[in-house]
Structure formats: C-alpha cells, structure tokens
Design a protein. Structure first.
Length: 196
C-alpha cells in the first residue's frame, strides 16, 4: 500500500503520479464508451424501436419538419410521348411527369402499383400499365419539394392487356389511340397518337 501512495523508483514521484492519472483517465473513458455502446445496442433491439421507410428525395436542399402526403390538389400530372405517329413495328414510350404544385414539400408514392398509364380507342380499353405491374417497381415513395417534377418513362410494346395478365389477346390494329396517366386521384389530359 505504501508503494501506491509513495512511489519508489529512480525518477521523481511526479512522473509516477502523472502515469497513474493518465491510466485512470483512459480506464474511465473506456468504461464510459462501453456503457454507451451497450445502451445504444439495447435501444436498437427494443420491439418498439421505429424504422423509417426509405424515401427517394427529388430535392437537393434541406426540408423542415415531417413532410405530409401530397394532397390531390397539389399534384400536377401530365403524359407525353416520344412521337405522335408510330410506323409499323415502332413501340411508343410515354413520359409521365408528376409535379408538386403546392408550396410545401410532400411525399407521394409514384410506383407502378400507384401510377397507371391507360390506352384506349373509343370505348375499347387497349392496355393499362396497372394490369401487369413490375413487383420490383411497385412502390416508389418520393419526397417532392414545391415545384419539383418527377419524371418516369413507361414503354408500350403495342400489345393488349387485361387484369390478371392473360395471354393470347388480339394485337391492336392501326388507328388513333388516346393515352392518359392517373396517380393520387388525378388524371392527366389525354394524349392522342396514331399507330400505322
């Protein structure tokens, strides 16, 4: 005990006291770090711990608060095509543009299961992107800032479709077709195209 309180050695006693203080501080820091890690691990394992969904942001800037789902009144929707007339064997590609027309950031699911591109010819329903959606792209949660557009390309291989993805449907014939996009309770203005 006397060696602890009264260091013995060839160097001055302050050298030994300095070493002991340094060792004590390091030990306290290590113990504090271990306790903190154990507490954090315990909190992550609790059943009530929340997990936030992945959100794709279309904004480069920070937002404040928790964005709410976009109301239908703040959703701008348009559909365009890469041409107005398509020759035989040429497949159209449609572009769906979704815009937050409100003044606040908001969230919106623009995945294949939520968004529909519909092609009709008169009263004849020709094709819908909602008939056979891609499971990998079924959900796409976006964070849209005010005025920020999101653009999605939707190709069509000039076939008919129906709910349940049946096969053997007749091929659409040359003629005039109308295309609309629907999302979040909104439907775009119709686009007219011609198939040769």
């Amino acid at each position: 005990m006397s060696n602890i309180l009264h260091p013995v050695g060839p160097r001055p006693s302050r050298v030994y006291w300095t070493r002991r203080i340094v060792v004590a501080v390091v030990l306290v820091a290590v113990v504090a770090a271990v306790v903190t890690l154990v507490r954090l691990a315990g909190a992550a394992d609790k059943p009530g711990a929340s997990v936030r969904p992945t959100v794709t942001s279309t904004s480069a800037g920070p937002t404040t608060g928790t964005p709410q789902p976009c109301p239908a009144s703040s959703v701008g929707l348009a559909v365009t095509a890469d041409a107005t007339t398509y020759g035989a064997g040429v497949n159209p590609t449609f572009t769906v543009t979704v815009t937050n027309t409100g003044t606040e950031p908001c969230t919106l699911d623009a995945g294949d299961a939520a968004r529909e591109v519909l092609i009709t010819s008169g009263a004849d329903r020709i094709w819908s992107s909602a008939d056979c959606p891609d499971p990998a792209a079924a959900k796409k949660l976006l964070l849209l800032t005010a005025g920020q557009p999101y653009v999605a390309a939707v190709p069509w291989d000039r076939v008919r479709s129906a709910t349940g993805c049946p096969t053997g449907l007749p091929t659409p014939r040359p003629g005039t077709y109308q295309v609309t996009a629907s999302l979040a309770g909104k439907t775009s203005s119709p686009l007219v195209m011609i198939l040769k």
